[in-house]
Ligand binder design. Structure first.
Ligand code: GRF
Length: 216
């Protein structure tokens, strides 16, 4: 297909977001081609999902490197063998060095299970419950040097129910992740989503502080 956008996905775990991306590329008219899936954990189930779908896989164990910079440099080399236009973080449980983030500036996306800027880092569902939030959700954002802090692309909002546990909330947030991440990746692949100096742009329009907002 002309104008195909090659994507490399990085993950450390089960890869349900990878699966949603794979499924979204099977529509026939998708401009997205997943060129490779790379994990820092050889046993990540996401690698299995990728090879089941006929996608190239690689693993690179961070424990074999002295320090973050050395690992990230090797990771850049590995990713760039596939010459991707976009790098997608899908549960990649590593903090990335400034060099890595700069190398992929404007073409590095992440998904986070909270309504950023709330609850950066881990245990987001529990923290939303403990705070008594009426709403929770997930965010896709461009990655910058600030952890979970880059310009927002899209957020999906769900109501918190009276009897929610971190697990039930995680489950409903995951459903939303599987909708918004393929959507954002497709926007990028179509050339509609870019990173400008003041934030993320969709069709040339600056997205607001929350990115494109989807309420459920
Ligand atoms: C998701 O909750 C995502 O928001 C976070 O890591 C998790 C990955 O889940 N960054 P999965 O491996 O895609 O199922």
């Amino acid at each position: 297909m002309p104008n195909t956008c090659d994507v490399v996905v990085l993950l450390s775990g089960t890869g349900s977001n990878l699966q949603a991306l794979i499924d979204s590329t099977r529509t026939g008219d998708s401009p997205v081609r997943i060129a490779a899936v790379i994990s820092n954990r050889a046993d990540a189930y996401g690698l299995q999902r990728a090879s089941d779908a006929g996608i190239a896989t690689r693993s690179l164990d961070h424990k074999g490197f002295e320090g973050r910079e050395a690992f990230d440099a090797a990771l850049i080399e590995l990713i760039d063998e596939f010459n991707p236009k976009l790098v997608v973080l899908a549960g990649f449980m590593r903090i990335l060095s400034a060099d890595f983030v700069r190398h992929y500036q404007g073409r590095l996306l992440n998904i986070h299970p909270s309504l950023l800027p709330k609850y950066k880092g881990l245990h987001t569902h529990q923290r939303a419950l403990e705070a008594g939030d009426a709403e929770h959700g997930c965010s896709v954002h461009f990655v910058t040097e600030e952890l979970d802090g880059g310009p927002l692309v899209v957020q999906a909002v769900i109501p918190v129910e009276l009897h929610d546990s971190p697990q039930s909330l995680a489950q409903r947030v995951h459903v939303q992740e599987h909708l918004i991440y393929p959507m954002a990746v497709r926007w990028f692949a179509e050339g509609r989503l870019t990173l400008g100096e003041q934030g993320a742009l969709l069709d040339g329009q600056l997205l607001g502080a929350s990115g494109h907002l989807i309420r459920n």
